[in-house]
Design a protein around this ligand. Structure first.
Ligand SMILES: Cc1cc2nc3c(=O)[nH]c(=O)nc-3n(C[C@H](O)[C@H](O)[C@H](O)COP(=O)(O)OP(=O)(O)OC[C@H]3O[C@@H](n4cnc5c(N)ncnc54)[C@H](O)[C@@H]3O)c2cc1C
Length: 395
């Protein structure tokens, strides 16, 4: 998949613009990615998948995002839903899920609730023990693919008082729930990624087996935090793909538009905007590469590395997109005509990337929380120097 835009086919700008206008799910593009075998890359190689290293998955996510962010968000979500099982699930549970994902099953990742946003310890969806399993009651809201998924990996309160050991992760197979035990909430209309299936799911006495628990009871928060360390890095591949796409549009535009008897690309101001955007892409790409390698080489530092990456990259890219919007003039604003409005769409689609999986404020705060231990380690000269060459330079 390179940056060229095919005129037709499920990744064509016109097709995606029309789906976006109708707020329809990009089902054909997702099916095409299924038939290309992308789901196998979401599956840990220990369970028969093709996921061996995160830098490769980041590259794949970036390639899809370069075509269309809605498709990348919609399809890639299955990795986010499955990752907790690769990290904390039982081998038999992971093997079953692996088979399903390779076969195209969609997995949602349901953390947040209407009244609690990023405050996960306030979560009100409960899982109470019943004979042979757990009874789920409550709602998760603003969940990607809540309607289309077969599996929902969710965080539930398993101790009345909550607290760090009061939550557990469950992998819920919707096909195994009793009729009426759950309902999918209506699709929520959004500013960007308009075709994505963003809704919610409500459980009403839904009984799941003990085998749905992911990891031990009470370890949910730990599983979520470890999963977020992966997904925060992966998320930033969406930003890289968005800026790739924006430059795919802006550079030919600047070269091809003739004003005052000269190409726009010869104006110093225009060259500067494009040059700075390309530099931002290089910086962002390098940060993401290092972070993706750090998943394997500097795992104990990942809480900080992933937070810094997530805090930095979407904003760096959004700034570049803002300046390219200005450069494109009215074309940055059109929903049709100029490349079927694909720039305006990608600019809208990208705005959510800074918010999900930990907003900029949340991830900056996380980084600040690390300052005291970083300062202590610096003074003591403590650093995992042996891991640095592989992290910085790659294999
Ligand atoms: C399109 C879309 C798709 C989504 N998909 C999913 C999904 O699949 N699964 C899922 O679980 N959720 C999903 N969400 C929900 C989303 O990830 C959460 O709602 C979000 O992470 C929390 O955002 P909030 O605006 O509710 O923030 P709140 O937590 O209510 O925060 C409000 C404000 O306070 C700031 N803030 C919060 N905590 C801190 C802090 N510690 N320090 C400084 N500032 C802080 C926030 O940055 C924000 O500006 C989705 C949301 C959207 C819009």
């Amino acid at each position: 998949m390179d940056g060229a835009d095919p005129a037709s086919g499920p990744f064509g700008a016109a097709v995606n613009a029309e789906l976006d206008r109708r707020e329809d799910f990009p089902a054909e593009a997702c099916a095409a990615l299924d038939s290309l075998g992308l789901p196998a890359h979401y599956v840990d190689a220990r369970y028969g998948g093709r996921l061996r290293d995160m830098p490769e998955l980041v590259g794949l996510q970036r390639a899809v995002a370069r075509r269309d962010l809605t498709v990348a968000v919609a399809h890639g979500k299955t990795f986010l839903g499955a990752a907790p099982v690769w990290l904390a699930g039982r081998p038999d549970q992971a093997a079953r899920l692996a088979g399903a994902v390779r076969g195209g099953a969609v997995v949602s990742w349901a953390l947040t609730e209407r009244d609690h946003g990023g405050d996960l310890l306030a979560g009100g969806l409960t899982a109470r023990p019943v004979s042979g399993g757990w009874r789920l009651d409550g709602e998760k809201w603003l969940i990607n693919n809540a309607g289309r998924s077969r599996y929902v990996c969710l965080l539930a309160r398993t101790r009345e008082g909550g607290g760090p050991r009061g939550f557990s992760v469950f992998l819920v197979d919707k096909d195994r729930l009793a009729p009426g035990a759950y309902r999918v909430l209506p699709k929520v209309r959004t500013h960007g990624i308009r075709g994505a299936d963003i809704s919610g799911i409500a459980f009403d006495g839904a009984v799941v087996g003990d085998d749905s628990l992911v990891g031990a009871e009470g370890t949910g928060l730990d599983t979520v935090l470890r999963t977020l360390q992966l997904t925060r890095v992966l998320c930033t591949a969406l930003s890289l793909g968005a800026l790739d796409h924006a430059l795919d549009i802006a550079v030919p535009y600047a070269r091809g538009r003739n004003l005052y008897g000269r190409d726009l690309a010869t104006l110093p101001r225009v060259r500067r905007v494009l040059g700075e955007a390309a530099a931002a892409l290089d910086v962002a790409g390098t940060v993401v590469d290092v972070a993706a390698r750090a998943i394997h080489t500097l795992t104990p530092e990942l809480a900080l590395v992933s937070a810094v990456t997530k805090a930095l990259v979407p904003n760096l890219v959004q700034d570049a997109l803002d300046r390219i919007t200005e450069l494109l003039g009215v074309r940055g604003f059109l929903s049709e005509g100029f490349l079927d409005g694909s720039f305006a769409k990608l600019e809208r689609d990208h705005r959510i990337v800074a918010v999900f999986d930990g907003s900029t404020a949340v991830t900056r705060n996380l980084a600040v929380d690390h300052f005291p231990s970083l300062a202590r380690a610096w003074r003591a000269g403590r650093a995992d120097r042996a891991a640095l060459p592989a992290t910085l330079a790659g294999p």
